[in-house]
Design a binder for this molecule. Structure first.
Ligand code: HEM
Length: 448
């Protein structure tokens, strides 16, 4: 270690803001996998052992809340939705929303994903052969369409682009605050340009979600409608019921699901294409499987179990580029994590980015090798969707979407990084994003 840790931390503030992933890597390189440091407001423990991470998220989850800077900043946009709420409110909402994520919903997810994938192919078809398009922007839009269709039974067509931009603007302000200790607390209420940008983005989100709700109310919600918006609106109408929700709670869940439901999946798909473009051998194996299972036709929900290597590609991309690269908790009482005393109030930082790239957990961690996910038990260091009761509610949705979008795009085409274009720079925003989009060509290939 060079220099005492608190000093490292104070000097670290600009570095955290500039490149939080590099900063996290440096901290564990210098100080080990369980790093405690004092901050002005509370003590912090960076937990980078699989056992420690699972202790906090799973085994002793009752001792931890989401009252953290990360979730505080996010709640400026999402309000008190599933991602940010705690305790009884969270439990009641999770119970109410869970049925909308049950297995039955997945065939609708599959249909919408394949349709969105076909539209994406058409976008590539509109440019000259072998010319690139910005795959990030296109995939972001596609995944938003899927969220609209599957969760809200709404095609969002009129609002789609505006919604993607409003989410992007709002989340950039969220991450600026979450990585800048000065931007939380009383200072955050000053009408700075950043606060005004945030306010305007949130106002746009409010308007669009209010429109979605109004459209659906006008159509009417059927007793048997199982999509998430129907579940929310029924809860809103049932004032005497245990699942009752206020208008504000409905808005908060809607914004939460728009945000959690599309950018994460889009981020994972973007990095999957990036990794594939540089890995001809993985591409070969993937195409062999797609050819064998699909023989050139579009995929369907029933193909998912047979697309085992495709799924391993998705799993491996989520290992190297976990969209949710940091997970935080606050200790509500004292605890001991992997032998380290944790006083009440400690901020816990768990980083899937670090856990997924540590040589202590994975052989050749930097290598893109989907093989490591075939036929082996889950590695406890693998946490792309979190763990314990706060495990991602959209995990199964996300996996089906990712596998089927890849299969739709690549069933008879190959991804290529355009000549002369360098791999993208990584930007750790609320999810991991390529700095200036991802120019990518999709070129024909003849299924074998
Ligand atoms: C929670 C990651 C897709 C909705 C989480 C958490 C992670 C995560 C790590 C836990 C956060 C924590 O413990 O603090 C991802 C990744 C995705 C993805 C990597 C895609 C590859 C989705 C989708 C949806 C969704 C598609 C909705 C359709 C949520 C919600 C929560 C959550 C509502 C909060 C759950 C709760 O606390 O009860 N996600 N997610 N996510 N995710 Fe996802």
């Amino acid at each position: 270690a060079d220099g005492p840790l608190p000093l490292d931390m104070i000097r670290g503030v600009p570095a955290i803001m500039r490149n939080p992933l590099a900063w996290l890597e440096r901290v564990v390189d210098r100080h080990g996998d369980l790093v405690a440091f004092p901050m002005p407001t509370s003590s912090v423990l960076l937990v980078n052992t699989p056992a420690g991470a699972r202790h906090v998220l799973q085994r002793n989850h009752r001792n931890y809340s989401k009252a953290t800077i990360q979730y505080g900043a996010l709640s400026l946009v999402t309000g008190s939705g599933l991602l940010t709420s705690d305790g009884e409110v969270w439990r009641r909402h999770r119970r109410t929303l869970q049925p909308a994520f049950h297995h039955g919903g997945l065939d609708q997810v599959a249909v919408s994903t394949v349709a969105a994938g076909e539209q994406l192919r058409a976008a590539w078809d509109r440019v000259p052969p072998y010319a690139p398009i910005d795959a990030e922007a296109a995939i972001m839009q596609a995944m938003l369409t899927v969220v609209g269709r599957t969760l809200f039974a709404d095609d969002l067509s009129s609002a789609g682009e505006e919604l993607v931009h409003a989410v992007d603007r709002a989340l950039r302000q969220v991450i600026a605050r979450a990585t800048n200790p000065l931007a939380v607390g009383p200072l955050s209420r000053l009408p700075t340009p950043s606060a005004l940008r945030m306010r305007s983005a949130v106002a746009t989100l409010d308007r669009i979600t209010a429109d979605i709700v109004a459209r659906r109310r006008a159509q009417g919600v059927g007793e048997d409608d199982a999509d998430l918006l129907a579940v929310l609106l029924r809860a809103g109408a049932d004032e005497s019921g245990a699942a009752w929700m206020t208008e504000r709670e409905i808005r908060d869940e809607l914004v939460t699901l728009v945000i959690a439901g599309h950018e994460t999946v889009a981020s994972s798909l973007v990095w999957t294409l990036h990794l594939l473009a540089d890995a001809p051998q993985v591409q070969e194996r993937l195409y062999a499987e797609l050819d064998q299972v699909l023989a050139g036709r579009p995929p369907a929900w029933g193909d998912v179990p047979a697309l085992r290597y495709t799924r391993a590609v998705v799993d491996e991309a989520l290992r190297l580029y976990p969209p949710a690269w940091v997970i935080t908790r606050r200790a509500t009482g004292p605890d001991t994590v992997d032998g380290v005393d944790v006083p009440e109030g400690t901020l816990i930082i768990v980083s899937p980015w670090l856990l997924h790239r540590s040589a202590a957990n994975w052989p050749e961690p930097e290598r893109f090798d989907p093989e490591r996910f075939l036929g082996v038990d889950r590695n406890p260091a693998y946490l792309p969707f979190g763990a314990g009761p706060r495990l991602c509610i959209g995990r199964d949705f996300a996996l089906v979407e990712s596998v089927l979008l890849l299969a739709t795009l690549l069933r008879d085409r190959a991804v290529r990084r355009p000549a002369g274009v360098r791999p993208p720079r990584l930007e750790a925003l609320v999810t991991l994003r390529p700095k200036r989009g991802l120019p990518m060509a999709l070129v024909p290939r003849i299924p074998s």
